[in-house]
Design a protein around this ligand. Structure first.
Ligand code: ADP
Ligand code: MG
Length: 250
């Protein structure tokens, strides 16, 4: 049970974009995923018959050597890229069967992204960066403001709303990115090495925030990481090696 009411509940109730479905059991279901890339006439297999589930409200860490296919797998789950074969169901929707435009709409409503290098838009303020995902919804300007303020308060940056990314530290920029990821109340949050560019203290803050997303907002997080301290925060760690998923630790 969440420790406190979900401050983003409003967003879920108001938005018309909602193509989410209530599900019981696993929220991410992948079956027999295969993916390879072509380099010239060479085929490079990257993911080999990946099958696994992620329960709603789970915090999963995905580890493994560089080049083992972690980002590729994360991108498939996030609907950024498509598998060569296999299926991915998220919140009851088979995203592997969606066309490009449907997939883009699905992604906007259902996936929050956190990247290693924050990926904020440098010419927009913290407020405007967090507001971006809401511009696609039917929320009014006033409602958007309320949601953005709530999200920035959650990451402790209410006093930096009008700052540009270049005026913020790495840790602060990543906190803005977390606010941006959760503001549309997504079904899943994916994070690719979210602490990879941060000092120890900032990394700890970011991980604590990610734990709050899980415990207070009931979010489901899939995090790629090299950092054993980051993996420690997760409920479950899975290892990817040469495109094969193994070694399950709870
Ligand atoms: P990881 O995140 O575990 O370091 P990636 O998923 O980024 O690994 O990459 C896995 C393999 O796929 C690597 O060998 C990489 O070079 C290759 N690869 C990734 N993306 C592409 C791409 N768009 N085109 C060609 N090869 C790629
Ligand atoms: Mg990677």
């Amino acid at each position: 049970m969440p420790e406190s009411p979900n401050p983003f509940r409003l967003i879920t109730e108001d938005r018309k974009l909602s193509n989410k479905m209530e599900t019981k059991g696993p929220i991410v279901v992948t079956r027999n995923l295969n993916k390879s890339y072509r380099r010239g006439n060479q085929v490079i297999p990257v993911l080999n018959d990946i099958t696994f589930d992620i329960d709603e409200g789970e915090f999963l860490a995905l580890m493994g050597p560089s080049g083992s296919g972690k980002s590729t797998l994360l991108n498939l789950i996030a609907g950024i890229d498509k598998p060569d074969s296999g299926t991915i169901r998220i919140g009851g929707i088979d995203i592997s069967s969606l066309g490009e435009i449907e997939l883009a709409h699905w992604r906007a409503a259902n996936v929050g992204f956190i990247f290693q290098f924050y990926n904020l838009i440098p010419v927009l303020t913290a407020f405007e960066n967090v507001e971006l995902p809401l511009l696609l919804t039917s929320l009014s300007r006033k409602e958007r403001r309320e949601h953005v303020e709530t999200a920035l308060e959650m990451v402790n940056l209410a006093d930096r709303m009008d700052h540009y990314p270049g005026q913020l530290s790495g840790g602060q920029q990543q906190r803005v990115a977390i606010a941006r990821a959760v503001v549309p109340d997504p079904t899943i949050v994916v994070a690719d090495e979210p602490t990879g560019d941060l000092d120890k203290v900032s990394a700890k803050e970011i991980l604590e925030l990610m734990e709050r997303l899980v415990h207070q907002l009931g979010k489901t997080i899939i995090m790629v990481t090299h950092d054993p301290r980051a993996a420690e925060k997760a409920h479950m760690v899975r290892h990817l090696e040469k495109g094969v998923l193994n070694n399950v630790h709870s």
